[in-house]
Design a protein around this ligand. Structure first.
Ligand SMILES: Cc1ncc(COP(=O)(O)O)c(C=O)c1O
Length: 458
């Protein structure tokens, strides 16, 4: 790689490539980082700078880069059947086998899968499915879907509507009708209630209030991520999910778990719902199903909904050219095989998750960190100007962004959501790499502290 290549790519990128979730004027001023190679947990950019990828790509490359079994599965499938659809009474072995394998690892009561290409499409499918389900039951007025503020469910029109991000809505006249948002269980960032468990019950109670307010006969479903990812790695207090489950059961509304980041091992179980004891009716998934080596998503459809759909439904007018794409399904099967045969999820539980949690907690002693929290292999650090009072830096100081840039300088990919720093490392880190992750993060926090001029121990 020489400098001319890099300059040329950066110029072409600036001229032609519109990036997702990007301010292009700012990007043009700062320039892009061109990633050219990856192996295991490491990325290299075009200048040769090596980065520990503590975000697993975008919460997806859970087994790390360079797994040859996944490459081989894609290659073999491309050679034998690169594409066929599953419309018009057709099907093919990779999608059939994968559907059965997903049902085998899902909690009891999940026996059907609808395939999409992404998490956003999976959540759009959820909207279609839950409304269709209630109309098949003769209750077409049950249209309302309750979601949460600061949730992220994707960027298509439906999924962005479910997402609780007002700046996304403002750009596109969203949400679509029939979607309502309640408060999120973000104790550190939101509340004056000192006891996190009391806070968990309080925000869960908003679901009951919203249902009562709308009328239970108007509500189709509640959708939530077991742990909010893009919103800032928000981990609900222990009291939250049992109360949400109780309320959904009480009113008979469908409970949808968005498992796009929590599925396939990230919380030390196949699905995040199992970690929290949630019994969802539907689960959307994507990302970790193929480890990001191929685009694939879908919805696990529980028996309550599937039986109505199959027994009473006419044609469900929904699907995509690439629903259940054979190459993506073949890669997903190879990925699930590795997870099963190498007993990766059991190892996460026994070894990596506790080792990660211990080290992550230590970052909580840094003067800039108001809270260090983790669940499974997701970690968050709240940057504060005053450790004792959950006091934030003025927004204009861009503490999180600065910290993220120092991380990159140190050779670490950590993401900033405002002033919340988040990681979701791959499942393949060894103890030395875990130490390296935390050392680099600590050094980046030191540099941020110096840049912000905060007195140590403040
Ligand atoms: C919880 C959750 N749901 C849905 C999505 C959207 O998935 P995709 O980007 O594959 O459309 C994401 C993406 O980050 C996500 O984190």
């Amino acid at each position: 790689m020489n400098n001319q290549d890099l300059q040329r790519w950066q110029e072409l990128d600036r001229e032609h490539f519109l990036h997702p979730f990007t301010d292009h004027r700012e990007l043009a001023a700062r320039g892009t980082r061109v990633i050219t190679r990856a192996e295991g947990a490491w990325l290299w950019d075009a200048t040769g700078h090596r980065l520990l990828d503590a975000m697993s790509g975008l919460w997806c490359v859970n087994l790390g880069y360079g797994r040859q079994e996944l490459v081989a599965a894609a290659t073999q499938q491309l050679q034998s059947l690169p594409y066929y659809n599953s419309f018009f009474q057709c099907t093919h072995p990779p999608a059939i086998e994968l559907a059965a394998e997903l049902c085998a690892i899902a909690p009891p009561g999940f026996n059907r899968v609808f395939f999409t290409n992404s998490g956003s499409e999976a959540n759009d499918t959820v909207i279609r499915l839950v409304r269709y389900y209630w109309s098949l039951l003769g209750k077409p007025d049950r249209q309302l879907i309750i979601a949460r503020r600061n949730a992220y469910h994707g960027s298509t029109v439906g999924a962005a509507s479910l997402s609780g991000m007002p700046w996304m809505h403002a750009q596109a006249g969203l949400p679509i009708p029939g979607i309502l948002h309640i408060e999120e269980p973000y104790w550190f960032g939101q509340t004056d209630i000192e006891d996190p468990e009391a806070f968990g019950r309080h925000v869960a109670g908003q679901l009951a209030a919203a249902i009562e307010n709308a009328g239970a006969d108007k509500v189709a479903a509640f959708i939530a991520e077991p742990v909010q990812g893009a919103g800032g790695a928000i981990m609900p207090p222990a009291s939250y999910w049992p109360e949400i489950q109780r309320i959904c059961d009480h009113y008979g509304i469908l409970l949808v778990a968005d498992e796009v980041i929590t599925g396939f091992g990230r919380l030390g179980q196949w699905f995040g719902s199992q970690h929290f004891g949630i019994r969802p009716d539907l689960m959307s998934f994507a990302k970790g199903v193929t480890c990001g080596y191929q685009p694939l998503g879908g919805v696990m459809v529980g028996d309550r909904v599937a039986e109505v759909l199959v027994a009473q439904g006419g044609e469900f007018f929904h699907g995509f050219t690439y629903s259940g794409h054979p190459v993506a399904c073949a890669v997903a099967r190879a990925n699930l095989r590795i997870l099963r045969e190498e007993q990766i999820i059991a190892q996460l539980q026994d070894r990596l998750i506790p080792a990660f949690a211990r080290r992550w907690q230590k970052l909580g002693t840094h003067p800039l960190v108001g809270e260090a929290r983790s669940v499974g292999l997701i970690g968050a650090l709240e940057l504060v100007s005053n450790k004792s009072g959950r006091q934030r830096f003025p927004k204009a100081l861009k503490a999180g962004e600065r910290c993220r840039d120092f991380c990159i300088e140190q050779g670490l990919v950590m993401r900033a959501v405002g002033d919340t720093m988040i990681v979701a490392p791959p499942f393949i880190l060894d103890e030395a790499q875990l130490d390296e992750l935390v050392d680099k993060a600590w050094r980046a926090l030191d540099l941020t502290q110096q840049a912000l001029g905060v007195a140590a121990g403040a």
